[in-house]
Design a protein around this ligand. Sequence first.
Ligand code: NAD
Length: 249
Amino acid sequence: MTDLSGLRAVVTGGAAGIGLATARALTAQGAAVVVLDIEPAGVPRPLLGLKADVSDDASVRAAVEAAATALGGIDILVNNAGIGAIGTVEDNPDEQWHRVLDVNVLGMVRTTRAALPHLRRSAHAAVVNTCSIAATAGLPQRALYSASKGAVLSLTLAMAADHVREGIRVNCVNPGTADTPWVGRLLDAADDPEAERAALNARQPMGRLVTADEVAAAIVYLASPAAASVTGTALAVDGGMQGLRLRPA
Ligand code: NAD
């Protein structure tokens, strides 16, 4: 029931990390996929990569139309592009708040707005937003990032309500710490990246990070006919980070 043969998908931020894993997983299930990314150069075949900046409305509109033309329509939209921010409310200036909210929240609004006319023409329309456990977990040093993902969670629920009678399902995935280039960059910035990685793994309930492929599998499920009655939900792919209450070892 996760067969996506004949379906057409657009993945934002699909040139790396969770987005690239998702584009590959959608392709493996038979979907035709276009990736929208600010750096689409490295997108491997048979994926088609188009340049788009989700913080630029004109760029998004043009890229979504080009994707719809290339694919012959859009059935699946994966709003995945996002950027991080570290710190408390005292650490990030207003400009940084505007920038992160612009990419992480408004970016999803822009792509969805551009894709909706195409999704309405689909018999299997689904939107999946990449949210985060930061939306609900109360993580330290993540005030701005958490606020942006809290907005993504609320946006997901509101969009699901607005479009349910149009046959468009809207869900999100909440990854825990996933092993992507993003996390690699954070680890590389540490004094001892190997020790930092070991400590990060040790903090996970499963003793390891979530993989991008595992998040992609959840996105494929939510986008597929297997989830035909699933809308307005958040699926955690976090190795138990949020749900488990483990005693300290
Ligand atoms: P990543 O940095 O490894 O890859 C992100 C991709 O998005 C890159 O290809 C980048 O070029 C693209 N991108 C960035 N800004 C863009 C923009 N303005 N327009 C278009 N494309 C843009 O990141 P990742 O770890 O794969 O994260 C992907 C999503 O998953 C993000 O929304 C992030 O918040 C979310 N997430 C990640 C983790 C994690 O631990 N890695 C955890 C929870 C949620």
